[in-house]
Design a protein around this ligand. Structure first.
Ligand SMILES: NC(=O)c1ccc[n+]([C@@H]2O[C@H](COP(=O)([O-])OP(=O)(O)OC[C@H]3O[C@@H](n4cnc5c(N)ncnc54)[C@H](OP(=O)(O)O)[C@@H]3O)[C@@H](O)[C@H]2O)c1
Length: 167
């Protein structure tokens, strides 16, 4: 099992404004919906709170939060990265990858801690005002392949040269 980052940003790494995504790119939303259908997603509590109900269905969430603990039969809250890695190791026999979908704080945490193996990043055309960014410097030494280029965005797959600390 591996952890795959799946996010979108503008050319400057902007990913969010006022707990929303600053652009609407329907093609990218459809891509996100298709790739994550039936999968387990890791997410920060702020992003989790911002997701529409339609995205909460048919996906299982592991939510990082120091102050909320409302796990139910589908979604699990964890209050530290250590709790997450313990959980991950306990289900490590599962073949399906799990997706780390942000936001900025949680993406930084996972990338700094060498927990992500691969990252699918959609870079939307244009510049947007925002107060949350993804630090693109994390990918400086990663291998980069172009997945798709459209009128609205370019999508890349970054693969880390060394193995994740969980493998
Ligand atoms: N463009 C994209 O692809 C994309 C993807 C996702 C999100 N976004 C945007 O990003 C913004 C949200 O990002 P954000 O950086 O503000 O927040 P975030 O990463 O979604 O969530 C931050 C929260 O995660 C919890 N957390 C962080 N580190 C933790 C740790 N070590 N242990 C336990 N819990 C921890 C805390 O929750 P508590 O406060 O509950 O303790 C913290 O407040 C929104 O604007 C959203 O729309 C964009």
């Amino acid at each position: 099992m591996s952890i795959i980052g799946l996010m979108a940003c503008d050319a400057n790494g902007v990913i969010g404004r006022d707990n929303k995504i600053p652009w609407l790119c329907e093609e990218d939303v459809s891509y996100f919906r298709n790739i994550t259908l039936g999968k387990t997603l890791i997410v920060g509590r702020k992003t989790f709170d911002s997701l529409p109900q339609s995205l909460l269905n048919k996906r299982r969430f592991i939510i990082l939060s120091r102050k909320t603990n409302a796990s139910d039969s589908t979604n699990i809250f964890v209050n530290s990265l250590k709790k997450f890695t313990d959980l991950y190791k306990a289900v490590g026999h599962e073949a399906e990858p799990i997706y780390m979908i942000g936001g900025g704080e949680v993406a930084d945490l996972f990338l700094q801690d060498n927990l992500v193996d691969e990252f699918i990043l959609t870079i939307v055309n244009g510049s947007y005002y925002g107060n949350v960014r993804l630090n693109l410097g994390h990918f400086n030494k990663w291998y980069k392949n172009t997945v798709e280029v459209s009128e609205q965005f370019s999508r890349f797959r970054y693969v880390k040269p060394q193995t994740s600390r969980l493998l």
